[in-house]
Design a protein around this ligand. Structure first.
Ligand code: ADP
Length: 415
């Protein structure tokens, strides 16, 4: 089956076309046929399209909404210049898989999208006002374009964490607030944590039940996950993706009293606070320079910038804090897995996170770590490290495509 995987943000649309099927999943022989990204939907959009490993095509186009953006992608996909093997018309797309950010308690696994499911995703908008509306736009656009004959599947960022126990997911606020409004921790990046956990299982040949690891998704958004028995036991993001680690533009954990203080001292409105928490904090807030870890590491090295160094140090310390907490919660772990743009590419950050953790049985091999080519899978611990350290590039799109096939074929879809 050719699966179109869509990940719609408020002004962006990312896609991949992945050829996969139940037997190809078994053989790990899925093929990525094309991918692309449309940014700045609503004005002069930037379009990047790449077919079958050929050099990317970059163009600008006025695309007013997600529907126009998807139309544009599909017209390119079936055009002779794209030359995507096996894709000549709309009928060559057999199903569409959507990344949906928030599934709340309603969606604990991937599902075929029906009217009822759309209502359910709409019900979650209160919990994810920034994300779910954009995901729904992608769903509506794909429905209109492909018609009801092409099945669509929703894969939720939250569903992997639905196994968390109450002790992990409840906030210690009046219990009625959970009962009344479902205020609790949900966790995000679930597709990524689930994917790297699955790869770890494949690499080590362990059974699902034996998996006891901490996964660190360090990208522009960052989260840690404690996985035991192959299931999410605890994770650092909460009701929203604001909680937990320091991220590119979000600061993670914060005393809620800061907000009231700012309302009084600076007269900030809710929307200003929201912008501060989501867009102006984290690495960019601390450094005053950038949300990009690569650039910060440059600044620290090249220009000895104090605040760049501080931002990196706070980022690293927060990761260590969660790592320590999860090792305590799970009574240790067999491995630590780094993923996400920073986790996959920055040997420096991996080294700093693991520095001084030999007491916990975590010992990185500096040379193996530094020599690991960027963005590749590898094992970077020292021979005598009790806890193994893996680098596993995430592949959320692949998991979305596979879940889509499993849902359409009604096959078991735990992995
Ligand atoms: P997103 O969460 O948006 O998917 P990514 O997972 O692509 O983001 O991660 C983006 C982050 O990865 C950026 O902070 C970027 O600087 C960082 N990154 C990418 N390559 C490197 C590198 N070689 N060294 C340090 N950081 C890197």
């Amino acid at each position: 089956m050719n699966i179109l995987v869509l990940n719609c943000g408020s002004s962006s649309l990312k896609f991949q076309i992945i050829h996969t099927d139940l037997d190809l999943i078994d053989k790990d022989a899925d093929v990525q046929k094309a991918k692309g990204l449309i940014e700045r939907i609503g004005s002069q959009s930037l379009v990047t399209l790449q077919a079958d490993g050929r050099p990317p095509l970059k163009v600008a186009a006025p695309l007013r909404d997600h529907k126009s953006a998807l139309d544009y992608v599909v017209r390119w996909m079936v055009s002779p210049e794209a030359q995507i093997p096996g894709i000549r018309s709309l009928a060559d797309i057999h199903a569409v898989g959507h990344r949906v950010v928030h599934g709340a308690e309603k969606f604990t696994r991937s599902v075929i999208i029906s009217d009822e499911v759309i209502d359910g995703i709409e019900d979650c908008i209160d919990l994810a006002p920034l994300h779910n509306p954009a995901n729904l736009k992608g769903i509506y656009a794909a429905r209109e374009l492909f018609g009801v004959g092409v099945p669509q599947v929703a894969v939720f960022d939250t569903s992997f964490h639905s196994t968390m126990p109450e002790t992990s997911y409840l906030y210690a606020i009046p219990y009625q607030l959970y009962r009344r409004h479902k205020i609790r921790r949900y966790g995000f990046h679930g597709t990524s944590h689930r994917y790297v956990s699955y790869r770890y299982r494949q690499i080590t040949g362990k059974d699902r039940e034996q998996i006891k690891i901490v996964t660190l998704h360090l990208g522009n958004g960052c989260s840690a996950c404690a996985i035991t028995g192959g299931e999410s036991f605890d994770t650092s993001m909460g009701l929203s993706p604001l909680e937990g680690l320091v991220m590119g533009t979000r600061g993670g954990d914060l005393d809620p009293a800061v907000l009231e203080f700012l309302v009084h001292k600076e007269g900030m409105s809710m929307s200003e606070l929201d912008a501060m928490l989501n867009k102006q904090s984290g690495l960019i807030g601390l450094s005053g320079l950038t949300n990009d870890m690569r650039d910060l590491l440059e600044e620290e090295r090249e220009h000895h910038d104090r605040r760049a160094a501080l931002a990196i140090a706070i980022f690293v310390q927060r990761v260590k804090k969660y790592l320590g907490a999860y090792l305590a919660e799970m009574n240790g772990a067999d491995a630590l897995v780094f993923t996400g743009g920073i986790g996959e590419n920055s040997s420096t950050i991996r080294e700093r996170v693991c520095d001084g953790l030999d007491w916990l049985g975590i010992k990185l091999d500096p040379k193996t770590n530094a020599d690991l080519p960027r963005g590749t899978e590898g094992v970077v611990h020292a021979a005598d490290s009790r806890v193994h350290i893996h680098v596993i590039p995430t592949n959320e799109e692949l998991l979305i495509a596979r879940d889509t096939v499993r849902c359409v074929k009604d096959a078991p879809r735990r992995w």
